[in-house]
Design a protein around this ligand. Sequence first.
Ligand code: 13P
Length: 251
Amino acid sequence: MRKKIVAGNWKMNTLPSEGMTLAKDVIAKSGQVNHDVELVVIPPFTHLSEIVKLASGTRVSVGAQNCAQWKSGAYTGEVSASMLQSLGVEYVILGHSERREYFGETNAELLEKIKIALDCKLKPIFCCGEKLNEREAGEHFQVVQQQVEESLFPLDDSSISNIVIAYEPVWAIGTGKTATAEQAQEMHAFIRNLLANKYGEATAETISILYGGSCKPSNAGEIFSKPDVDGGLIGGASLVADDFIAIAKSF
Ligand code: 13P
């Protein structure tokens, strides 16, 4: 019932020519992955136009890593949701922990980005997750609940259905440390329960919740086997087509 999604967040990696090679490789190997798994590549802005053209007519979708919270105007250096829409981009990551940490993105600002992305028919991949000190203090549920409540709960029922959520424990991002499959399941079930309380069980059951944080071919199978884990948002391993495809084949 829920869409299974494996998305590769390339972050600030690859030159455009390298990105094209990587995208071509992912497309060429995408036939190895079960057809009920949606594959998404999420390159830097500079690559999007070419990669959207390359992926058109294939089973690989394309996403962006961010968008502005304003429609247009004097915001030097920003990229609007409508610009992404006009290129044919389908998804947009919003609220990645690196954006929260290095660019000071707040839950309130993310709500604005989500609304504008939805207006432009983009599908937001909303990231949430706790830092190491928050987990160690036992505050991880509270932190994630606040992120979800402040950035998603102002949305109405029809809007929430177009959101994908990624749980990315910050302590597991780029560290090689992965949440155990049980820790991932526990948090995914917690998030789904929050959604069920707010939007009803039927709606909560349709929302894909991806796991992100050092997901690799060696651990993806166990994590994806959990009932509330609907796929992954993959960082480092998505830069190697074979690894990305191997992760997607883990379902
Ligand atoms: P890594 O897979 O490199 O840990 O990154 C995860 C991530 O941040 C995906 O958005």
